[in-house]
Unconditional design. Structure first.
Length: 608
């Protein structure tokens, strides 16, 4: 007899977006959120390298220690409420993470059944991968000589197996960010591995929750409309058996949940919204709709899915020398020119000294002059820039070369421009880690769950399905409204909101129309070619535009846009966080009749 599905709604709270997110989120959700499940996402590719290094130095480390700190104060409450806890905090050492949690639970007098998912770590199989001729999936580059970490993005079903075995807490190593929430939904509603539309909807739940306060108004384009930054609410998804869900937040907290906020996060770092490839399903979000369902609540529906591929994505990290970055402040007339000269002089002096020392030239240098006048001039600030922050960043194979540069920054305080200040001591060289991503057959993985010292193998769908691109919903060919023929020029910000982010060296910029009637005008003018031209100073890579008609949006993917991306980039913005705001400055022609209905923008009033 087929198991009857649970039709009672499930409330899932997003408790962590990255290692460094507030540990206070857990107490907020547990005490005031009435959640059934807590999901914690701690991992990024660079984080895996850091954890690998920590485990090398201490066999009891290699996991996100903040997870234990966050949970410890609420362990009794979690046990009392029977709240499930799902987290990838295990990182490079999930067994040590589980041991630390069991120890904390014992000290709190709480009994928790903790399970661990293993099988994502391929470090022991690097030679096998090299013999198989593995190439980087985007660049085609061969494998580097050595890796710091090699981990696959596992899916939801191993976590489901742990839940079905009776676990209260499931700790994983690397898994897809959205897989934790999806696993809770599969377990609760008894969805099958072939319920592709529901699996896609559940993945969208996870995608929205895993960035926590970005979903509740953080980084929203109209930032002044968002109250309570000092006490932002963490997101809660109340999910229904058919895959629809209502997105809300902890009551009585700051933040704002409206369709535009949720739409920004829905498209965040989703490359092709019609072909978002995850371990358990290929998602199509082009028909997703978001409607207001109450105060700080939106209803989200329309995700579609299809069968997953027969491979897991694997991300390796490898060490590629060192980087160093520092800043100093220059004030006064001609600050830009003074600051630029100071930065150039520091680089020239350091280059001369490291060459004399036989260390070789810098691999890469970057000099940025950033600034505003407010800190120094206050009410006397003028349109002319009289205050800048000079940012210098360099890369070199040897830390010794960068340490030499570090010792030559402070002398500019007496040898350079008048008005120079802001020195913060000698910066230290930091290791540079680069990504190496590839696909590896699911059938080549041995996945298991461990609980109470007993290991059990986990079976997942390993069907050998290649990826087949499909077109999502597209906008019909339409002509932008022209009214009586009279037009005006406004910034794109008057018509749209934006959210941007990164995937390695690839920038993502989502543009969502404020009103459906604006879509055609945006589409006619904010083309892939226009975006490439707008960002020509940052990227010469290919720009691709995707239609997302359900959200009245466009998603732009900009190749080679972030100076290498992440820790490999020397830029002030290596993660593409500013690109959405930069694109919103693009001019757009509109009918003059629209001017009366356009948002006025920031007027000096901030929501309280």
């Amino acid at each position: 007899m087929q198991k009857k599905k649970n039709l009672q709604n499930l409330r899932i709270g997003g408790a962590c977006a990255f290692w460094g997110d507030s540990n206070q989120a857990v107490q907020q959700l547990v005490e005031y959120g009435d959640v059934d499940v807590l999901v914690f996402d701690y991992l990024a590719e660079l984080t895996m390298s850091i954890l690998a290094s920590a485990r090398t130095k201490n066999a009891e480390l290699g996991y996100a220690t903040d997870f234990i700190k966050a949970l410890t104060p609420v362990l009794a409450r979690i046990a009392e409420r029977k709240t499930l806890v799902l987290s990838n905090a295990g990182g490079m050492n999930p067994q040590a993470c589980a041991a630390a949690l069991r120890k904390a639970a014992l000290a709190a007098g709480v009994t928790l059944r903790v399970a661990v998912v293993e099988g994502d770590d391929l470090m022991s199989r690097v030679d096998e991968l090299r013999s198989a001729g593995v190439k980087e999936m985007f660049s085609g580059a061969p494998m580097p000589t050595e890796f710091s970490s090699v981990n696959a993005y596992l899916g939801a079903f191993p976590v489901v197996a742990a839940l079905r075995a009776g676990a209260d807490v499931v700790i994983t190593g690397r898994c897809a960010d959205s897989a934790l929430a999806l696993a809770a939904l599969i377990h609760h509603f008894d969805w099958s591995a072939q319920d592709y539309d529901r699996l896609s909807a559940g993945s969208l739940v996870g995608h929205l929750l895993e960035c926590t306060t970005q979903t509740t108004g953080g980084l929203y384009t109209d930032w002044w409309q968002v109250p309570g930054w000092d006490d932002m609410g963490y997101p809660i998804a109340e999910c229904e058996a058919d895959g629809q869900f209502v997105l809300g937040k902890t009551p009585g907290t700051g933040g704002l949940i409206i369709p535009l906020v949720a739409a920004e996060q829905t498209l965040y770092e989703v490359t092709d919204p019609a072909n978002y490839v995850l371990p358990d399903v290929i998602c199509d979000f082009t028909a997703v709709t978001i409607t207001q369902a109450g105060e700080n609540q939106v209803r989200i529906r329309g995700a579609r899915g299809r069968a997953p591929t027969g491979t897991y994505k694997v991300s390796g990290t490898w060490h590629d020398g060192f980087r160093l970055a520092t800043t100093l402040t220059v004030a006064g007339d001609h600050a830009i020119e003074k600051g630029r000269r100071a930065g150039q002089s520091i680089l020239a002096r350091a280059r001369r000294l490291i060459l004399q020392a036989g260390l070789g030239d810098f691999t890469e240098t970057n000099l940025e002059v950033l600034g505003s006048e407010e800190p120094s001039y206050g009410a006397q600030a003028s349109a002319a820039t009289r205050e800048v922050v000079v940012r210098i960043a360099v890369r070199h194979p040897k830390a010794a070369a960068l340490n030499l540069l570090a010792s030559e920054i402070a002398p500019m305080g007496t040898a350079g421009a008048v008005g120079t200040t802001g020195f913060s001591g000698r910066p230290k060289a930091q290791p540079v880690y680069r990504l190496f991503s590839f696909l590896w057959p699911k059938c080549e993985f041995t996945i298991q769950i461990e609980r109470d010292g007993q290991a059990s193998p986990v079976s997942v769908d390993t069907s050998d399905r290649p990826f087949v691109h499909r077109d999502g919903d597209l906008y019909p060919a339409t002509t932008p409204a022209t009214g009586d023929g009279n037009t005006a020029t406004v910034s794109l910000a008057a018509l749209a909101v934006a959210r941007s982010g990164d995937k390695g060296d690839v920038a993502h910029v989502a543009i969502i129309a404020r009103k459906p009637e604006y879509v055609a005008a945006i589409g006619a003018q904010i083309t892939a070619r226009a975006v490439a031209h707008w960002f020509a100073h940052l990227s010469t890579g290919v720009v691709t535009r995707f239609d997302v008609p359900g959200l009245h949006a466009y998603n732009f993917i900009i190749q080679e846009a972030l100076g290498g991306g992440g820790a490999a980039s020397l830029r002030n913005d290596p993660l593409g966080k500013t690109l959405g705001q930069i694109l919103l400055s693009h001019p757009v022609r509109i009918p003059t009749a629209w001017l009366a209905g356009i948002e006025t923008g920031y007027t000096g009033t901030i929501a309280s």
